[in-house]
Write a protein that binds this ligand. Sequence first.
Ligand SMILES: Nc1ncnc2c1ncn2[C@@H]1O[C@H](COP(=O)(O)OP(=O)(O)OP(=O)(O)O)[C@@H](O)[C@H]1O
Length: 260
Amino acid sequence: MNDVLRLTDVTLRRGENQVLDGVTWSVAPADRWVILGPNGAGKTSLVTLCSARAHPTTGSVEILGEPLGETNTQELRIRIGLASAALADRIPPSETVRDLVMTAAYGVTGRWREEYESVDEMRADDLLAAFGMHAFADRTFETLSEGERKRVQIARALMTDPELLLLDEPAAGLDLGGREELLGALTELAGDRRSPAMVMVTHHVEEIPAGFTHVLLLRDGKAVAQGPLADSLTSANLSAAYGLPIQLFAHEGRWTARSV
Ligand SMILES: Nc1ncnc2c1ncn2[C@@H]1O[C@H](COP(=O)(O)OP(=O)(O)OP(=O)(O)O)[C@@H](O)[C@H]1O
């Protein structure tokens, strides 16, 4: 089957900054990728490109077979599920949890005059239930804890039955229990053959859900290493990405790392 994402020699300039520098990368439909790299490496910028919310300065980006720059990005965005801090910042605080999930169908974050059908409501409730949030459907987003907000955002990202799911630091700010619960849900999602291709940005190898398949390591906007986790998530590649000696440990499909 065709790649879900195909980036060829992509650069992105923002002001004086070379944010991405010659990135060539592709994602197949059954892939579950994790993107790792130090602060400022370009991870969020890459997700912004892959969610059709920015264009590269040079190089080409093809999303779901559609070349960016030659396609209607509004239509393309509906086919992509995105959960990110930038998107969460735009959520009106008084929006109810159910409405927040349902409005994804229109690519908006605040309910206004759109007409929803009971099938939309049922789908939203099913997704909330899948992430343990059904009891919160009538609460407003502002009253949720950080962990609850993260789970609602992923439910929202899945509402349109996307062909690509992009998660930018979904476990940031969660306590240990919240993180493990979220990773359990993501492991289940990753293992389901009906799930879309997944790309997740994280800061910690401990946050890679079991069932993820590939890693892309970024440093200074460049891809330092990429490939199947078993081959490419190594002490040497992490050390190169973070610029310090790191030792990686694997245990039953999960990882830990520390400097040596
Ligand atoms: N609009 C902008 N103007 C200038 N520089 C920018 C702009 N947006 C991003 N950058 C720079 O691009 C680089 C990459 O930013 P990005 O947010 O993609 O990194 P990141 O890997 O997600 O970082 P973090 O782990 O800290 O979230 C940073 O040095 C950032 O300062």
